[in-house]
Ligand binder design. Structure first.
Ligand SMILES: *Cc1c(COP(=O)(O)O)cnc(C)c1O
Length: 695
């Protein structure tokens, strides 16, 4: 028994459980109520459940052999020979440092807001799968990003939940004397200290810096409280901790980092710190040190929208960097300021741009899809004398987003190693159409159940009567074509586009022979009134008598909600204004679950779409045509394609009730897309193009 508990604990403290569906199922089976109450946090389950009761359950439910087999799989994963060491070399310590302001690994670890974080999390997971010697560096937010609750009036409200680090699958980094390891960075007139939490993600580690310690003043402790919260001053403070603090941590741990990857510009202050270290270690000038560091910095940009980039005023920059420049680097603060100067020494140079800092200091720069690469080259216009902006298309860590049933089907037809075999998808035709269709129905049923439970919980919290709760059984139905739309509510993503012609939409959802239903979810940034308005509009439509139960909105889009949606939806809708979506990744998550994409040819879909693997929404790309007209055009393309192509195909059944042509499309989508749009391919690309070419 003792032995079983130790094994469980070891499994719980390595976040690789989050993509082992068998392990998630095990923790659920130990006690489903505890599992849900803990927000899917195995450490909390093990810490909070009465030990005698836990032993009783393990015995009564006879879980011993399952734990042993899961533990054996875990050991096997951790010790197998990896792609990287087979093809390149073995490295005990990390040699690549991957910096990001957010990391989305699994729902209980609230250190992410959305797509950027989930991408960083998937980068870590695939690095583990492939054995890439990489360390992640981020911040340990005490509150993370907000929890969304839509109130009685349909308006988004934001609540902040405290992260209980001691009860999460992370541990405090300690030195050889078991004393918590700390690093410090200079702020005006004082030093700020950080302790460090470590998240084990399979073979790789993520280091999270935390200022909530007694060494800091009461206000300074709150620097790492909230992700993307507060004003510009809170931002610059967090970014100094991330970039400069993160660099110092790598040094303190004695790692010989060869490549620094800046995932978006938030961590770009690391460029200063690297130059400072080089000036000391190589005894060279600022310019020489800058040149030496340049060839080992990699900057990945994620937005084609200039408003999405951090910009600080000169005053604010000088407040935080005068002392650092003069005392620590030994240069005038203007030298540092010029690295992020938008106007390059021209008259009104009073802005510091984090993307410029990163661009000026990175030999390797990339956009996150083919189209975004092109857009970025136009947007930044780098001089011909330097390396140009490249692209590496984003991906997703497929095992993290497949349902338990999907995973079981692939285990049965392939081997459990399908998770790490990017060529397996050529074999999808081995699975009979009937089985694919049965999987679709199971996945959709799970989504319906989830929606009903979530909405019931919400009603209860709002004081609904027992009578009212019975209505939950009318929410969604299994025979309808289920369309998902979930993402951040930024206006360019046009969350309300499908409501443009409300009568036409009503005819679609109320067709009794061929019904369609929609599930929406997504957060708006707390300061984005436009985004919040979109949410409120959609929520009010969900209350319309003709749309009720057929168009629904799920509160608090997070990794958990996302997973249920991408598992269960038949069709994934994405209709941004082209070319503002840098990549988008949620559509990639539905592929292995048997969902199909229906999207504007923007981001990844621009290079992924081919007739027969999903559908495109037409858009107008002419700057002379007003936005309203372009939106109208795209909305008509949505209705036309649904009415004439998608709905007829979905409801065309053979004598056994299987939509054979639809299933053929699913198989084609899996065959042509799953092997490419995953982070295994993406991380290999980063290795081959950048990590292994640093100088
Ligand atoms: C995958 C994911 C995203 C990113 O999806 P996009 O297609 O880029 O909008 C955002 N948030 C969550 C919770 C996700 O799981």
């Amino acid at each position: 028994m003792e032995n079983l508990l130790l094994k469980l604990k070891e499994i719980a403290y390595n976040l690789s459980w989050s993509w082992s569906k068998e392990t998630v199922e095990l923790f659920n089976d130990i006690n489903p109520d505890f599992w849900n109450w803990s927000q899917h946090n195995p450490v909390m389950v093990l810490n909070e459940i009465n030990p005698n009761y836990l032993e009783f359950i393990l015995e009564k439910k006879n879980l011993g052999s399952r734990i042993n087999s899961i533990y054996a799989d875990y050991q096997n994963y951790m010790n197998k020979t990896t792609f990287f060491e087979e093809k390149y070399f073995k490295s005990k310590d990390p040699i690549i440092a991957y910096f990001s302001a957010e990391f989305g690994i699994t729902e209980c670890l609230k250190t992410y807001s959305g797509g950027l974080g989930v991408l960083s999390g998937d980068h870590m997971k695939s690095s583990s799968d492939l054995g890439i010697p990489l360390a992640g560096i981020g911040l340990a937010y005490n509150y993370g990003y907000f929890t969304q609750l839509i109130n009685q009036n349909g308006w988004q409200t934001e609540n902040y939940e405290l992260n209980d680090f001691k009860n999460l699958p992370i541990y405090l980094l300690r030195d050889e004397n078991y004393i918590p390891l700390k690093i410090s960075v200079n702020f005006p007139g004082r030093d700020i200290y950080c302790q460090v939490w470590v998240a084990k993600i399979g073979r790789v580690k993520l280091y999270l810096l935390d200022t909530f310690i007694p060494e800091n003043s009461v206000t300074d402790r709150r620097i790492t409280d909230i992700l993307y919260g507060g004003d510009n001053e809170s931002r610059i403070r967090q970014e100094i901790i991330l970039g400069i603090g993160g660099c110092r941590l790598m040094k303190k741990l004695g790692f010989d980092i060869k490549a620094y990857h800046l995932n978006e510009g938030h961590s770009a202050f690391l460029c200063f710190e690297r130059i400072r270290e080089k000036m000391i270690s190589e005894k060279v000038s600022y310019e020489e040190a800058k040149n030496l560091c340049y060839y080992s910095n990699i900057f990945t940009t994620h937005t084609p929208v200039p408003a999405g980039i951090d910009i600080f005023s000169k005053d604010l920059f000088m407040k935080y960097f005068t002392e650092y420049a003069e005392k620590e680097v030994g240069v005038s603060p203007d030298v540092l300021f010029n690295e992020g100067d938008l106007n390059k020494g021209q008259a009104d140079n009073d802005k510091f741009n984090m993307a410029f800092l990163a661009i000026n200091n990175s030999n390797f720069i990339n956009g996150v899809s083919k189209l975004h690469g092109e857009v970025s080259r136009k947007m930044w216009k780098l001089p011909d004398t330097r390396s140009q902006i490249d692209h590496i298309t984003n991906g997703v860590h497929i095992p993290s987003y497949v349902s338990l049933n999907t995973s079981k089907l692939y285990n049965a037809y392939f081997t459990p190693d399908w998770k790490y075999d990017y060529n397996i998808w050529d074999r999808i035709d081995e699975i009979p159409d009937e089985e694919i269709w049965a999987l679709r129905l199971l996945n959709k049923y799970q989504l319906m159940k989830f929606c009903r439970e979530r909405i019931t919980e919400k009603w209860i919290s709002m004081g609904a009567t027992k009578e009212k709760l019975k209505d939950a059984e009318y929410i969604l139905k299994s025979e309808a074509l289920t369309v998902g739309f979930a993402r951040r509510f930024a206006t360019y993503k046009r969350g309300n586009l499908v409501f443009t012609d409300i009568e036409r939409l009503k005819r679609l959802v109320n067709n009794s022979e061929r019904p369609v239903q929609f599930v929406f979810s997504g957060k708006a940034h707390p300061k984005d009134e436009g985004g919040k308005n979109l949410i409120s509009q959609i929520v009010s439509y969900t209350k319309d008598a003709d749309l009720k139960n057929k168009v629904i909105f799920l509160d608090n889009y997070d990794i958990n909600v996302a997973r249920h949606l991408v598992e269960g939806c038949d069709l994934w809708l994405n209709n941004p204004r082209r070319p503002q979506e840098a990549s988008g990744t949620s559509g990639m998550k539905i592929i292995a679950n048997g969902g199909l994409n229906f999207s504007i040819l923007d981001g990844w879909w621009d290079e992924a779409y081919a007739p027969g693997n999903g559908w495109k929404i037409s858009s107008i790309m002419d700057d002379n045509i007003p936005v309203e007209q372009k939106d109208l055009f795209a909305s008509e393309s949505i209705y036309d394609t649904l009415e004439n192509e998608i709905i007829p195909l979905f409801f065309k059944r053979n004598k056994n009730g299987v939509p054979v042509e639809w299933v053929k499309m699913i198989k084609n989508s899996i065959k042509t897309l799953a092997g490419t749009f995953n982070t295994g391919r993406m991380v290999k690309d980063y290795c081959e193009k950048f990590y292994l070419n640093v100088k």
